[in-house]
Design a protein around this ligand. Structure first.
Ligand code: GDP
Length: 522
């Protein structure tokens, strides 16, 4: 198979959802389709009581959640699928956001009884801003939920995206009869615990379906559907690919109902790996030279080895185990012999991979988030990964001053790894950590103790709004606790405003001071 064909058959996507919307249930079904598992309940320990071999941290066990995104890779029909799971807990971290830089599309699961929920809104917004194609699965149709039209309206309004229902549900909960598959021009009948059946539109008039089509719910939905056909947005593949329109599928992950059609349609429509921007221009995925970037580093995936694994998205060419590549940042050659592919909860050695694939490489403490690896003669780096605005800030100190060396080392490494964002006091030596969620601090504290043998104390600085300053405009006297002046990693001055009000007050009173927002999402 040519390199081009190998690349084209790759489908790399993330599944995002609010906790309890049904991500685990849906993912399991996809793995069943891929024949990776034989029964449900094997993906996350939450239900089976078993924990994946990668339960790298006690926190996962204690809280029964998946702290870190994991990767699953499997062949399905003519495709090679890479699924990146993201923690669904509301305390997700920057890792979750960064995962989105490594995928070509996302599946967004929405609970029909709830609609779009607060925490996940941000994740969806990142997708919108980055123009990542979004495919929506509205779940739990077997329960009484909100009206389909209302749900679509909410998606359109909150995410500022067009919706195109690929199917249309007939009733819900106890009255759920099935869905009209608008593309396949067939009715998919819900049979409770029995397998779903499909009836082509032109067979619906047959006597055997009399009972179904005579129901009031069915009739009403038929009218709704014709209205949708006439007055709804038109389907546009172009808009889907640019992330301006989301195809919406209704179904039930648990039943399961409508999943096979959803997955088959999705996997066919979902984009293959796209060209990527680099310092030397656009790099095509079928460029013969291997290249990729690291979007995540995970420590202690195997507590017995204290290893670190760097997650690499292959962006061009072919990867072969044992090949020598260059770390673009330092130009240092590295032999990639310890590599992993992730299949559900196991980790297998990966022998080869192509653009689009996600692989794990052993990290002897040399990689950083955003690093580019390249083979061949080319010399370039992929675009820096975006930084996401922390929402909480805490001052951190070592409990034991004698441990200050380990403390500094731990901080430095965790910052490089992208686990936290660090800010320094403008004049003082204080360290302030920014994180997206509370859980990120727990993980930080845990790792400082376990990996660097340092107990740390955290003192809240609260929620803050960060804005950068120009060095030449810096006037220390303008800042205090409310408008906290600190330095970022590179030593640039940045102000952490207490809230919108103090930011606005500052702007009104210091119109000449330029406040710069370098973060991608707000
Ligand atoms: P996650 O937190 O997003 O991974 O959600 P889970 O897949 O763990 O599902 C949360 C709960 O919702 C579980 O109790 C599931 O059994 C249930 N659930 C998932 N999908 C459906 C569905 O389609 N219908 C119903 N009634 N329950 C569902």
């Amino acid at each position: 198979m040519s390199l081009h064909d190998e690349v084209t058959k790759r489908k790399t996507f993330a599944i995002i959802s609010h906790p309890d919307a049904g991500k685990t249930t849906l993912t399991e079904s996809l793995l069943l389709f891929g024949k990776l598992i034989r029964s449900a309940g094997t993906v996350k320990g939450k239900k089976s009581g078993k924990f994946a071999t990668s339960d790298w941290m006690e926190i996962e066990k204690q809280r029964g959640i998946s702290v870190t995104s994991s990767v699953m890779n499997f062949p399905y029909k003519d495709f090679q699928v890479n699924i990146l799971d993201t923690p669904g807990h509301e305390d997700f971290s920057e890792d979750t956001y960064r995962t989105l830089t490594a995928v070509d599309s996302v599946v967004m699961i929405i609970d029909a009884t709830k609609g779009i929920e607060a925490q996940t809104k941000k994740l969806f917004k990142v997708c919108r801003m980055r123009g990542i194609p979004i495919f929506t699965f509205i779940n739990k149709l077997d329960r009484e939920g909100r009206e389909p039209l209302e749900l679509l309206e909410e998606i359109e309004e909150v995410l500022d995206i067009e919706t195109y229902p690929m199917n249309w549900p007939v009733g819900m909960g106890k009255r759920f009869l099935g869905v009209f598959d608008r593309q396949g021009k067939q009715f998919i009948k819900y049979n409770g615990n029995e397998e779903e059946t499909t009836i082509p539109y032109d067979e619906l008039d047959n006597a055997e379906h009399e009972e179904l089509v005579s129901q009031a719910t069915y009739k009403a939905t038929e009218d709704e559907l014709s209205l949708l056909d006439e007055a709804g947005d038109e389907f546009s593949m172009k808009s889907v690919m640019s992330g301006e329109q989301t195809p919406v599928f209704f179904g039930s992950a648990l039943a399961p109902f409508g999943l096979q059609t959803f997955f088959d349609t999705f996997i066919t429509m979902a984009p293959s790996p796209a060209p990527r921007k680099s310092t030397e221009g656009i790099i095509q995925p079928d460029n013969p030279d291997f290249s990729g970037f690291i979007f995540k580093i995970q420590a202690n995936m195997n507590p017995a080895h204290r290893d670190r694994v760097a997650f690499l998205r292959v962006c061009s060419g072919k990867f072969e185990r044992g090949m020598t590549v260059k770390l673009a940042r330092s130009n240092k050659p590295i032999k990639l012999s310890q590599t992993q592919q992730f299949v559900a909860s196991s980790r297998d050695t990966v022998e080869e991979a192509y653009a689009g694939d996600i692989i794990g490489i052993y990290d002897p403490n040399i990689y950083r988030i955003g690093d580019t690896l390249i083979a061949g003669k080319s010399q370039f780096e992929y675009d820096e990964l975006p930084q996401f605005p922390p929402e909480l800030y805490k001052k951190v100190t070592a409990k034991n001053v004698m441990k200050s060396k380990q403390f500094r080392k731990g901080l430095e490494q965790l910052v490089q790894e992208g686990a936290i964002q660090l800010f320094k006091g403008h004049r003082s030596d204080s360290n302030i950590i920014g994180a997206v969620g509370e859980l990120q601090y727990e993980v930080f504290q845990h790792r400082m103790k376990n990996e660097y043998n340092t107990d740390v104390m955290l003192e809240s600085v609260g929620e803050r709004i960060p804005r950068w300053l120009k060095e030449e405009q810096l006037d220390e006297s303008l800042y205090d606790e409310r408008n906290l002046l600190v330095r970022d990693r590179e030593g640039n001055p940045i102000v952490l405003f207490k809230n919108e009000f103090s930011l606005q007050w500052f702007k009104d009173n210091n119109p000449k001071v330029e406040l710069i927002d370098l973060y991608e999402v707000n």
